[in-house]
Design a binder for this molecule. Sequence first.
Ligand code: S3P
Length: 429
Amino acid sequence: MATQTLHFKNRTIKGVIEVPGDKSISHRSIMFGAIANGKTRVRNFLRGQDCLSTWDCFQKLGVSITDQNQYLLIEGKGLDGLKEPTHILDVGNSGTTSRLLLGILAGRPFHSVLIGDESIAKRPMSRVTAPLRLMGAKIDGRMNGEYTPISIRGGELSSIQYQIPVASAQVKSSLLFAAMQASGVTELVEKGDTRDHTERMIQYFGGKLDKNGLTIRIEGSAELEGRDLVVPGDISSAAFFIAAAILSPNSELLIKNVGLNETRTGMITVLEKMGANIEIIPHSTDSFEPYGDILVRSSKLQGVEIGGDVIPKLIDEIPIIALLATQAEGRTTIKNAEELKVKETNRIDTVANELNKLGCQITPTNDGLLIDGVSKLSGGIVNSHGDHRIGMMLAIASLISEKSVHVQGTDAIDVSFPNFFQQLTSIMH
Ligand code: S3P
């Protein structure tokens, strides 16, 4: 387990940077390229461990995916081009790979086995295995398909009408992949608005769906065509540098070409309410995903209430928002965020426990966090618990800590942001 000793108090953050490609879109670009007919070229693909797991799984399913340096070339032969794997499909640490892959495999007439790491083994899978069984897939697994290892034998699927009980883009996407292979029209009703990358990509690759509020209708027997695409920068990675600039004195940072999909920008909305000095410069584009630049400067923040519909739009940013809230005047309340308990770690516990070790005042609740500011951070020994976003948040905490912060388990950061420390030090002055 790698440990980094960090002492960056009172540094200034300045510069112009780009963050690596979006993780959600990178996963999906391989998946869509693999099931489409013809060549897909993906530029700015995120070479983080999670997306490499997706790459590896689709190679095991017989898809040719080659690194052409400037782009990834995926030679799709349609859904029927996927072959029964000889080996177990290892999703590593990636929830997105596991759930979306199950939706694709549900309609394939062969057998596969999925495993992942220790964190994946604790993450609930019945949210996808239960509705996929309703559609006709044969699935077994530990605790009756709640946890990995999971085995799946796909085949003919029937369409369903289904209310998704959790606001989860992974569940929605998994069911959309299955629905594209089913007979008839599937109707899904979401519990809340979640990231819509899958819907956008279905349309971009030539498929059809109909979206009305929280209801999505999609026809089966879809035929998709390979496409070229550029993955925008990941706003969930940019979030750590946005926080770094806000928290550091005399700072001004321009982050270029970041994905600005409205289902992902909840943190910007919240930061504006907290009083952050942040400007969004959208690019006018006909890309399948909106993107633009983010200009952010040192800011004084106010505590706010965060809950309701915005939660799915910032769910992955809550650890870093919590750190920012420790430096805001007054109390910040985060509620309706019980999904945090089933992320790479139980993020309600890991955020509160690790930041409190540094001197913060955070009370975990059943569905969120109560954060009292302004806290003085002392420094100390903290641990990512193998969770990439906890590791990066704790590294940023070293910018406001009096003494050194020893972050254990920084290797987890490779999951979504392989050059995190190089980029962070490049903007510190
Ligand atoms: C993701 C959806 C979200 C998010 C995860 C990526 C996706 O998970 O937290 O990091 O790519 O669809 P849930 O669907 O579990 O909310």
